[in-house]
Each structure stands twice: as structure tokens, then as C-alpha cells.
Design a protein around this ligand. Sequence first.
Ligand code: SAM
Length: 200
Amino acid sequence: MTDFLDNIRTSYDTVAVSYAELVVDGADWENEAFDLLAKLVAGSGRTVLDVGCGPGRTTGLLAERGLRVTGIDLSPGMIEVARRDHPDLNFRVGSMTALDVADGSASGVVSWWSIIHLPRDVVPQAFAEFYRVLAPGGVLLLGFHVGSESSHKTSGYGGHPMNIHVHRWTAPALTELAVAAGFAPYVATEIPHDRLLFQK
Ligand SMILES: C[S@@+](CC[C@H](N)C(=O)[O-])C[C@H]1O[C@@H](n2cnc3c(N)ncnc32)[C@H](O)[C@@H]1O
């Protein structure tokens, strides 16, 4: 377990500053997904967790929708950039495989292009954590690359060295794991970049 987390952490520490410069907001499918999440959790008063928040881009988009949000990322470098770019928001270092969050305390969990780096057999552990921290009726929003291949990424975001794996997923495969963790499917929309919504 430690090796892959160390590799993800070191890789994203290396690219954190350039990632923040190169990855920008604004895709319609991203805005639509976050709008829907915001509508579903509105008025709950509980926190939405942006798990694998990177430099806080997604955390900022969720906050803009009136949500109380906490960004969590494995990479201290990413959290440093997130705090720099979004000084009013809450961020902390942590892993989705063992969240330092109380049971039933969140209204939503967003994992936006972050479970893609977990070994496939570790995803159930993350889903169990997402289910544990959500209050009843809470929602889980997933973004991921569609497919079934895995690739080894050795550089990125301006040619910086990386040592991570990117695992593509199909909607049925992720749905099976989410249902096994206790979730009910809410919407499943297959688009070039997929997103899936589940409810506890
Ligand atoms: C491709 S970036 C996505 C960042 C952000 N969600 C976005 O869409 O811009 C993937 C992020 O997931 C984080 N990550 C990967 N595995 C993680 C884990 N086990 N726990 C927390 N964060 C993780 C990485 O450090 C990285 O910042």
C-alpha cells in the first residue's frame, strides 16, 4: 500500500505548480455535474469533501455553488498550492484510503479524477471510506477516464517526472463496486469523460 501512495504523493508534489497553471475550469459537463451535486446537498448544513482536490480548482468550483467544502489531498505540494490560490477555503493533507473524517458527517464526497490512481483492488477501500463518512442520503460524485486499460505515466504537466498509474474504468464496473459498498446509483451518464453519482 505504502509504495503506490508514496509514488502518487511524490509525483503530484513535483507537478503541483505547473498542474495549477495548466488545468483550467469551465467544461460544461463539469459545471453540470457540480450544479447537480449542489442541488442535491443544498440546505444539509454538512460539509462536502473534495477528495483528491489537487490545487483546489474543484474545491473552488464547489464553494462558488454555496457549498461548505473541505479539500483533501495526498500531496502536501498540492495542498500548499490550494491554500495559496484559495486562502479562504479549508484544505488538508490526507488519503482517501483512510479519511480523518467522522462517520456520517459529510453531505457529499467528490472524487474528481482521483480514484483513477488507486490500484483497482484498493478502490473498494476508498468506497468504504466514502460510505462511512457520508450522512444518510449523502451523495458521491465520481469523475474518471472511461475504458478498461491501465497505463504508467512517467511524465506530465510540462514534462515533469511522474511515476503513477492511471486506471480507466467503465461505469458498470464502478457501479458494481459502489453498490457493493452500500450505495444506490443515482444517475449514470456515460460521456467521453465519465461521471457517476451515487446516494447513501
Ligand atoms: C488528476 S489530479 C485531480 C485534481 C482535482 N480533483 C482536479 O480535478 O483538478 C489527482 C489528484 O488526486 C490526488 N490523489 C491521488 N490519490 C489520492 C489518495 N489516495 N488520497 C487523496 N488524494 C489522492 C493526487 O495527489 C492529485 O492531486
